[in-house]
Write a protein that binds this ligand. Structure first.
Ligand SMILES: [Zn+2]
Length: 315
């Protein structure tokens, strides 16, 4: 992990000049270094410090996500009148709102910002990986699974579509968005521009979005999907996925490999499909599904030129 103060310095921002810091929650990888922001006020949900100082902290299963010195730091800052507490959603500035989403931590909140391309949400830990949302299987660090699932819905409700959701821990984020400058390559990315169609992962993300829509309660229509996918899809093959990918059934990426050249790329995904162990035991056998995709760059965008599906995935 990089120190955020160093990253701010790379943008010529002096942490001591920062006036407002939004804490999405108080887990050790999202809080701390308070002493390095001498002037800042800290904005968070009231439920978070109540949880982090409350009765559940006697259980290491829950307290291990917190660093006790960070929690003491918040208490000290509060005595110094430098902490603002919110109960639910609040507008902090025009075009900048915070939204409570609980679940992963009691007082988790995410941030919504207006950009050139519309509202983008910075989800923090509301969903760790795109796959958590796609498969409706929350990350294992959890206080309340139901609230975590509702959190996925809230992210979707507050944006125009999935391409405006930025997740806190998914390495895909660094792949899909461009760096603001060559010096910041691998350190920071821009969210005011769409996720790149110039990277083959964008296509795979569409596939994830595809499975994600399948898992939602909405009836799925092929017309809703990207033209790239629709043009090359064989409806019969996708029907197989429609049949197996019902809410509650497994649909996990076991492997995903992408090899890209200048204008041709190749992606292979191995997915586990089918009922999971909580389904009817008679119907417990799922299957491995292999998706191989050949991509070609056309006018700067990667297009799926060929798709092949193997069921079961053998050899
Ligand atoms: Zn967390």
């Amino acid at each position: 992990m990089r120190c955020p103060v160093e990253t701010l310095a790379a943008f010529d921002i002096d942490a001591n000049e920062v006036e407002d810091v939004i804490l999405t929650h108080l887990h050790y990888d999202h809080a701390g270094n308070f002493d390095r922001f001498l002037r800042a006020r800290f904005h968070h949900q009231e439920r978070e410090p109540a949880y982090a100082t409350g009765r559940f902290m006697r259980y290491p299963r829950l307290s291990h996500s917190f660093e006790v010195e960070d929690i003491c730091g918040i208490v000290r800052l509060n005595y110094a009148r430098r902490v603002l507490f919110y109960v639910g959603d609040t507008e902090l500035a025009p075009g900048l709102t915070i939204h409570a989403a609980g679940g992963h931590s009691a007082g988790l909140q995410f941030v919504r910002i207006r950009t050139h391309r519309g509202f983008v949400v910075l989800a923090s830990d509301v969903s760790h990986f795109y796959e958590n949302m796609a498969s409706e299987r929350p990350f294992t660090t959890a206080l309340h699974i139901g609230e975590m699932l509702e959190g996925f819905d809230r992210l979707l409700a507050l944006t125009s579509d999935e391409s405006h959701i930025v997740l806190g821990h998914d390495p895909l984020v660094m792949e899909l968005y461009p760096a603001p400058s060559a010096q910041l390559e691998g350190i920071a990315v821009r969210f005011d521009v769409p996720p790149s169609g110039a990277h083959p992962f964008a296509q795979i993300t569409r596939f994830l979005v595809f499975t994600w829509r399948l898992s939602a309660r909405l009836p799925v229509r092929m017309e809703d999907y990207s033209t790239d996918l629709r043009q090359t899809s064989q409806r019969q093959t996708w029907d197989l996925l429609f049949r197996y990918h019902k809410p509650g059934t497994a649909f996990d990426f076991r492997e995903l490999a992408v090899t890209a050249g200048a204008d041709v790329a190749f992606a292979v995904a191995i997915l586990w499909c089918g009922p999971d162990s909580s389904s009817n035991p008679i119907d417990k056998d799922g299957f491995l599904f292999r998706l191989t995709v050949g991509l070609r760059k056309v006018d700067g965008d990667w297009r799926i030129a060929h798709e092949h599906h193997s069921v079961p995935a053998s050899d």
